[in-house]
Structures are given as structure tokens and as C-alpha cells.
Design a protein around this ligand. Structure first.
Ligand code: 0O2
Ligand code: 0O2
Length: 264
């Protein structure tokens, strides 16, 4: 295939990656809007480099016309979770979707790879609406914790540097760091409720602060500078150490002030 043909070949994959990133990021946004805990921490995506596509096709003896059917990770999405049990929540969310079809799943969390690699993979068929019709492509979803991602990223760079011939002493270090990442995932799972409470508290407080600030701006813009300044000073005192109950009281006070002047 000529370069121009390759560029054309990759268009639906590029579109699929963009769309899937938006879709998974929206799930996170929806949870946050509802002030609920999101099993998705962040999402990344990429289209495989042409050199890597050709390298993999060569390795597995895949002829050019079969690449789109046999190379499943030309479009790749990575979904990062904070905790191991979030991964299975995300897997279930994906299983319920109507806009993608699961071809098969690979659970490298239960079946850890010899390298120490852990992650949950799902190969999906995804329809892309192109200018001249629908094109179905294959995409790989990798779902993993932050610790799994940290390890896989380091190991991937070392494999790249040593062209898959990592020296034994580095391999041994990688193996023990994979064990450490596994232990980290297990230990944080034990304090998941504590961590979730802390994160929720942070969300609640920052939402209160932003509502109070909005009210202060409204007071300010309607010329009640004195009142606004007084609330601003009270908020400054509460921002670092204030409890939710105190922030709530301040929010109510600013709302009363606005109501008194018929602004809400
Ligand atoms: P925000 O505001 O940071 O939440 P893009 O095209 O930029 O949307 P792309 O090209 O995949 O997405 O970018 P990239 O650099 O791969 O990162 C995607 C998102 O993941 C970005 O957020 C990064 O901030 C976030 N990200 C990357 N690495 C980490 C990490 O180690 N921890 C956390 N928490 N987030 C990370 P957004 O979507 O731009 O939005
Ligand atoms: P990239 O884009 O560089 O990440 P394989 O037989 O392993 O070549 P297969 O059978 O198609 O590939 O799928 P598999 O084993 O499920 O792996 C697909 C992808 O999972 C890999 O893509 C990696 O992203 C990731 N992966 C699998 N095993 C490992 C591992 O031991 N370490 C790390 N860091 N990542 C792994 P590619 O092809 O490497 O491409």
C-alpha cells in the first residue's frame, strides 16, 4: 500500500479513537455531575503507529489485505481506574452498551502474563460513520488500575529500549516491581471506603465554595460591595479548614442576601 493509501486506511481508526475517548470521558463526567464516585479515573487513546502495524503484521505473517481483520489493536483505548474492583464495574458498563459489540475478552488480571503484566482487555467491533457509509473496525480496550498502568508503561519503555531482550537482572527487578504494584492494589482496596469518603468530601467542599463565590460575584455586580467583601472574608477563613456545615451556613447567608434584594 502506498503512503496515501495507508493514510486513508487509518481514517476510520482515528475517528473511532476520538469517539471512544469522548464516550468514556462522558461516563466519568456524568458520575461527577451527579456527585457520585466514578469507576473511571482517566482515559487515553491512540492509533497504532504505521511502523508498529507493519512490524506486528510481519511478526504474525499477516498479509496486508488481512490486517484490518487480524490486527485488533490499531485503535487502542486505555481506561484507568483507581481500584481493582472498579475495573469490573467498567467491564460491566461496557458489556451493557448498544454502540459497540464485544468480540472477546482477555483477563490478564486473573491470568497474569509471565512478564508480570496485568490488565483487562476487551476487543470490540465498533461502527464508524464515514462520509460514504458505515465502516466497522476492531478496537482494543485496555482497562487497568493506576498501579498496573505505571508498571506497564515502565516495562513497555524498557522493552522498546532493549528490543524485547531485557537483561535478566532488569527482568528480575521488573518482576518484583510487578509484585509490589499488585500488593499496592490490594492494600489500597482495603482502605477504599476511606479514600472515597475523602475524595467525596473534597468534591462537596469545592462545589460549595464555587456556589458561594458565584453568589458573592452576584452581590458585587449588583453594587453591594460591602456585603460581598464581608462574605469574601468569611469564605477566606473557611477555605482551608472550614467544615461542610460552616460552608453550608455561609452559602445560605449569601442566598438570603441575594433573595432580600430579589435576585434569586
Ligand atoms: P483533564 O482536564 O486533564 O481531566 P485528548 O485528546 O487530549 O483529550 P489524549 O490525546 O489521549 O486526550 O491525551 P493524553 O495526554 O493521552 O491524556 C488524556 C487525559 O488523561 C488527559 O486529560 C490527561 O490529563 C489525563 N492523564 C494522563 N495521564 C494521567 C495520569 O497519570 N493521571 C491522571 N489523573 N490523569 C492523566 P484530559 O482529558 O485532557 O482532561
Ligand atoms: P503497543 O501499542 O506498543 O502497546 P502479543 O501476542 O502480546 O504481541 P496480542 O496477542 O495481540 O499481542 O495481544 P495481547 O497479548 O493481549 O497484548 C496486546 C497489548 O497489550 C500490547 O500491545 C500491549 O499494549 C499490552 N501488553 C500485553 N502484554 C504486555 C506486557 O507484557 N507488557 C506491557 N507493557 N504491555 C503488554 P502491543 O502490540 O505491545 O502494542
Amino acid at each position: 500500500m502506498a503512503v496515501i493509501e495507508w493514510k486513508k486506511f487509518l481514517i476510520p481508526y482515528e475517528q473511532a479513537v476520538e469517539e471512544l475517548k469522548v464516550k468514556f470521558k462522558s461516563i466519568r463526567r456524568e458520575y461527577r455531575r451527579k456527585s457520585e464516585y466514578s469507576p473511571i479515573e482517566f482515559v487515553t487513546g491512540r492509533v497504532k503507529e504505521l511502523s508498529s502495524i507493519l512490524e506486528k503484521a510481519n511478526k504474525f505473517n499477516i498479509p496486508v489485505h488481512r490486517i484490518e481483520y487480524e490486527l485488533e489493536d490499531i485503535a487502542g483505548i486505555r481506561i484507568m481506574c483507581q481500584f481493582v474492583d472498579d475495573i469490573y464495574k467498567v467491564v460491566n458498563l461496557i458489556r451493557q452498551r448498544q454502540d459497540m459489540q464485544i468480540m472477546y475478552e482477555k483477563d490478564y488480571i486473573t491470568n497474569v502474563k509471565i512478564s508480570g503484566y496485568r490488565s483487562y482487555h476487551m476487543i470490540i467491533k465498533y461502527p464508524v460513520n464515514m462520509a460514504d457509509g458505515v465502516k466497522e473496525i476492531l478496537a482494543e480496550l485496555q482497562i487497568r488500575t493506576l498501579a498496573m498502568n505505571f508498571w506497564a508503561t515502565l516495562e513497555h519503555s524498557l522493552n522498546y529500549k532493549y528490543k524485547h531482550q531485557i537483561p535478566e537482572y532488569i527482568k528480575a527487578k521488573l518482576k518484583s516491581s510487578a509484585d509490589a504494584a499488585f500488593k499496592l492494589d490490594q492494600e489500597v482496596l482495603e482502605i477504599k471506603d476511606e479514600i472515597m469518603d475523602a475524595q467525596k468530601l473534597f468534591e462537596v467542599k469545592s462545589s460549595l465554595v464555587s456556589d458561594i463565590m458565584n453568589n458573592i460575584f452576584s452581590l458585587m455586580s449588583s453594587g453591594r460591595v460591602h456585603e460581598a467583601t464581608s462574605y469574601r472574608n468569611q469564605l477566606n477563613k473557611l477555605i482551608s479548614e472550614g467544615e461542610v456545615i460552616e460552608l453550608n451556613k455561609l452559602l445560605e447567608a449569601t442566598e438570603r442576601s441575594l433573595k432580600a434584594y430579589g435576585e434569586v
